[in-house]
Design a binder for this molecule. Sequence first.
Ligand SMILES: *[C@@H]1O[C@H](CO)[C@@H](O)[C@H](O)[C@H]1NC(C)=O
Ligand SMILES: *[C@@H]1O[C@H](CO)[C@@H](O)[C@H](O)[C@H]1NC(C)=O
Ligand SMILES: *[C@@H]1O[C@H](CO)[C@@H](O)[C@H](O)[C@H]1NC(C)=O
Ligand SMILES: *[C@@H]1O[C@H](CO)[C@@H](O)[C@H](O)[C@H]1NC(C)=O
Ligand SMILES: *[C@@H]1O[C@H](CO)[C@@H](O)[C@H](O)[C@H]1NC(C)=O
Ligand SMILES: *[C@@H]1O[C@H](CO)[C@@H](O)[C@H](O)[C@H]1NC(C)=O
Length: 456
Amino acid sequence: MAPTRTGQSSTAQLSVARWVAQRLGGLTCRCLLRNKFFLLALAVFGMTLVLLRSSIVDVADEAGDGFPVWRERGMDARVTPISQDIHGVRNESKIKIVITSAPVNDSQSKPTQRPTKPQPKSAPSPPKKAAVYDRRKPNFTEEINYFANIYNNSLPDGDKFFEYAARVIKRAWKPNPKNTETFRKDIRAALGEVGRSQNVYLTKDNTPEGSTMIYYMAGKPSKIANHIWSMLPDNSVFQPNRFKVCSVIGSSGILKGSRCGAEIDKSDFVFRFNLAPVRGFEVDVGRKTNFTTLNPTFIMKKVNSIKTKEDEAKMIDELRQFQESYMYLPGFAVSGSLRLLVKIAGVAMRANVTKPVYGSPDHFLVVANLWRKTLDTELKWPSTGLYAVSSLFDACDRIHVYGFWPFPKSVGGKAVPYHYNNNVKPTKVHNFDKEFKTLLMLHEKGIINLHLQSCK
Ligand SMILES: *[C@@H]1O[C@H](CO)[C@@H](O)[C@H](O)[C@H]1NC(C)=O
Ligand SMILES: *[C@@H]1O[C@H](CO)[C@@H](O)[C@H](O)[C@H]1NC(C)=O
Ligand SMILES: *[C@@H]1O[C@H](CO)[C@@H](O)[C@H](O)[C@H]1NC(C)=O
Ligand SMILES: *[C@@H]1O[C@H](CO)[C@@H](O)[C@H](O)[C@H]1NC(C)=O
Ligand SMILES: *[C@@H]1O[C@H](CO)[C@@H](O)[C@H](O)[C@H]1NC(C)=O
Ligand SMILES: *[C@@H]1O[C@H](CO)[C@@H](O)[C@H](O)[C@H]1NC(C)=O
C-alpha cells in the first residue's frame, strides 16, 4: 500500500469523521466531541475504513495448502496450482486465477470467505463457474504463425518416444550453425522488438518512469511505483551476442550423480530456477550462478513470507549461494504478489546478496504466446524453463541445457528422482512432455545442446 495513498485516505476519513461527529453533536450533545472514548471509537472506525480501502486487502494461505489467496479490492482471486513444481520451475501452465467471489464489498467488515460448503459425494456437480484470467488475448502475428508451423513438429508418444529419445541420446551432439542461424532469425522475427533478450527484465532503458504495467495474469494495470522504478538497473545484462556459452540448469533428478558441475562451470553465464540449491550439490550442478528465478510460493512456504527476523536471516542465508546473481522476481504476474516481492528485493539489497530484477510482463507474454501457438496449448503458460531457453537467443551464441527430464524413468529404465535436491514426489507432466519434445527437437537440429547423460 502506498504511503501517500493511506495518508490521503486517512485525512479524508478524519474530516468525514469530524463532520459526522459534528452532526451527531448537534443532534445530541456537543460535549461528545470532547469525550475521549468517543474520539477513540471514531479513530478505530476510521482505521477500519483505511484498511478496507487499501488496494491489496490480504495475502493469506487460507486453505493451508501452501497456496495463497490474493485478495484485492474488487477482486478475490485464488491462485490454483495443480502441480507446484516442474524441476524447480513453477508449473505456470496450470496456474489459474480463479475468481471465487463477487468483488470485495466495502461495507462488510471482513473479506468474503471462500465457500466451504461440502460437495455431495454422489452425482458430480457441474463445474463451478470460474473465470480464467487472461490479461490480453493472444496476438498471433504472421511471424508467430510462421514459427509455429515450422517448429511444431510433434515427436511420437509413449514407448515410441522413449525409443526415439534413446537413439538421440546415443548420438554425439553436433552444433548446426545453419539451423541455429535460421532458428535465431525465426524466433527474433516471431518475438519482435518486445521479445528481445534485453527486455527479459525491467530496466530504466526499457521502462520509462511512470510506465503503466499490465500484469500478465491478474491485477489492474497500474503505473510503476517510483520506489520500484528508481531501483531498476540502467540496462540489461542480456545484450546481443554478449556470451559465448550459456547454460540453463533445470532441477530434475537426472542431474543427481551426473558429475556435470565442472562442465557447467565452464559456461559464461549460468541460469537457474527458483533458488534451486547449489550448496552441497556442486559436483553435480556446478557452483557458478549468474541468474536465478524466484517465485512467491517459495517465499511463503520456505521462509514464512519473511515475517520475522529469523525468516529474514534464513532467506539471506539461502541467497548467499547465489552471490552476485541476478534474481528474477515475477512482480508483474499477479498484482497481489508484488508487495511480497518488493519486500524480498529490499532484503536482498540490504544484505548485498543477489541483484533483484523485475521480470517484464510484456516480454513474458510475447514468449508465452509464441509457445501457446507452437505447442498448441491454448491459454496455458509455458514453464519458466522453456521461457528461459527461448529468451536467450539474442544474448548467447550457444545454449546448453541441463537438468530437464520430466519422466520418472530414464531411457534405460532407471528411476529418476523428480528433483536433484529433495524427495518431492513427481506429479503428472503432460504439458511438460510437449515442451520437452520441443527441446529434444531443437537438440536434434543442433540448435541447443540438451544434456541427458552423466558427464565424464
Ligand atoms: C454489501 O454488504 C452489505 C452488508 O453485508 C449488504 O447489505 C449489501 O447489500 C452488500 N452490497 C453488495 C453490492 O453486495
Ligand atoms: C498484434 O500484433 C500486430 C503486429 O505486431 C500489431 O500491429 C497489433 O497492434 C497487435 N494487436 C493487438 C490487439 O495487440
Ligand atoms: C503443426 O504442423 C502441422 C503439420 O505437421 C499442421 O497441420 C498444424 O496446423 C501445425 N500446427 C500449428 C499450431 O501450426
Ligand atoms: C557468473 O558468476 C560467476 C560466479 O558464480 C562470476 O565469477 C562471473 O563473473 C559471472 N559472470 C557474469 C557474466 O556475470
Ligand atoms: C556488495 O558485494 C559486492 C560483491 O559481492 C562487493 O564488491 C561490494 O563492496 C559490497 N557492497 C557493500 C556495500 O557491502
Ligand atoms: C502441470 O501439472 C498438471 C497436473 O499435475 C499436469 O497435468 C500438467 O501437464 C503440468 N504442466 C506442465 C507444463 O508440466
